[in-house]
Ligand binder design. Structure first.
Ligand code: ACO
Ligand code: AKG
Length: 382
């Protein structure tokens, strides 16, 4: 696509961690392996692959992922405490996210501690991780509600003690893109030497928009999940973030988008959360055109009504015969089932197509079209 540049924006996918945290979702080890392989094959840069502190079964699944020898970096989620990091080391990963609760509300009402405690907790956990040669992302849980000056202080401590990046979490999904841009921009300017990741939730339907705003503010990593799976309303969807970066921002992160459909279906099945047909980028029907003007426009040139091609994301285009069809769409629907008809014939069939759609409350199947065509032949011959 014209105007698209390769960039240094990296995707850290957390389908296997935050995605599996969706209430009621469980992946088998086999499913985790298939998902990890597919994400790796499409070029996702990093996979957050589990929480070793959960126990031996979880650690075994992480070891199985490590044994695959993927190109993507495997990172685990840890509380900022030494035993969690030891559990990660025992899994063989080379990267850890060490998470701190950073908003006053969580410091006071969840972990029941103080800002000073959090600063000490960071130093202790980070130094331990770095002494063990790990790549470290410092996770700022609830960063979007935290005091910016405190975040800057934490980022400076992180940088001084060797952290590799800071994860800015909009844990509750309560920011808008303008606030996200401003907050991340402020951190970027104050601590220029430390990479920033944005981890956004979709409680207001803004996760993808906020992820993009974070990049505009200076973040170089985006946390995503396939289909936007994740806590409550989910996370920023991998497929939306990557396509929005490409189509809306002109940034190519180097991921093979043609594989989106297949990984989306895999995660849909494994999570028992089927993908709605209208789901942005990967829904089965997002390239379906019924309305007369749309079908006509797409048939003349798909660019009239498609911002990117179905092939680019592994989908197919459908021309649907239904209540809102026009002549050119009806001609095409008949052509697809091997019945060539003229524009005039299509015009004659139009009322019948509409009333059938109204009666069956949906689009016409090939058999409905054949029946209408046959009846019309009979009435002409009579
Ligand atoms: C925003 C996020 O998504 S962060 C990721 C959260 N993911 C998960 O919770 C899924 C996996 N979690 C688990 O398996 C368990 O919760 C475990 C193993 C991590 C901890 O289990 P338990 O020790 O039984 O504690 P429990 O889950 O009941 O409570 C959490 C404890 O961690 C503490 N805690 C919370 N965040 C942090 C943190 N960043 N650093 C250190 N401790 C923390 C809480 O204060 C609480 O401690 P308390 O019992 O002394 O009050
Ligand atoms: O602390 C982290 O690294 C991530 C926590 C998280 O998933 C969130 O805040 O939504």
């Amino acid at each position: 696509m014209a105007g698209v540049t390769k960039s240094q924006v990296f995707i850290g996918d957390t389908t296997l961690r935050d995605g599996e945290q969706t209430a009621g979702v469980v992946f088998t080890v086999k499913e985790k392996i298939s998902i990890a392989r597919q994400l790796d094959a499409m070029g996702v840069h990093e996979l957050e692959c589990g929480i070793p502190a959960m126990g031996e079964e979880e650690r075994d699944s992480i070891r199985a992922l490590v044994a695959l020898g993927l190109s993507a970096r495997l990172i685990t989620w840890n509380r900022a405490v030494v035993p969690d990091i030891e559990a990660s080391i025992a899994c063989g990963v080379e990267a850890v996210d060490i998470s701190l609760s950073v908003s006053d509300i969580m410091i006071e009402h969840k972990i029941n501690k103080s800002r000073d405690f959090v600063k000490e907790q960071l130093k202790r956990a980070l130094c331990f991780a770095k002494q063990n040669g790990l790549y470290v992302c410092v996770g700022g849980e609830d960063a979007s509600r935290a005091d910016s000056d405190f975040l800057i202080e934490l980022m400076q401590i992180a940088q001084t003690n060797g952290a590799d990046r800071f994860r800015f979490c909009d844990t509750l999904g309560i920011l808008d893109p303008f606030a996200m841009f401003e907050k991340v921009g402020r951190l970027r300017a104050a601590v220029p030497g430390l990479d920033i990741e944005v981890h956004t939730h979709n409680d207001l339907g803004l996760a993808t928009a906020n992820a993009l705003a974070g990049v505009r503010g200076g973040a170089s990593y985006i946390s995503t999940t396939v289909n936007g799976l994740g806590e409550r309303a989910g996370n920023a969807a991998l497929e939306e973030v990557v396509m929005a970066l490409k189509v809306a921002c002109g940034i190519d992160v180097g991921i093979d988008t043609r594989r989106f459909q297949s990984v989306s279906r895999l995660v849909g099945r494994a999570s028992n959360r089927e993908v709605p047909p209208w789901k942005a980028v990967v829904g089965e029907r997002v390239f379906s055109h019924e309305s007369g003007l749309h079908a006509d426009g797409v048939l003349k040139d798909p660019k009239n009504y498609e911002g990117f091609t179905p092939e680019e994301v592994g989908l197919k285009r459908h021309i649907v015969a239904g209540k809102h069809s026009g002549t050119n769409g009806i001609v095409e629907s008949y052509r697809q089932i091997g019945i060539p008809i003229s524009r005039e014939e299509a015009q004659e069939l139009m009322d019948k197509v509409r009333s059938t759609a109204q009666r069956i409350k949906g689009p016409l199947a090939p058999m409905d079209l054949v029946k209408l065509h046959k009846r019309r032949g009979v009435s002409l011959a009579a």
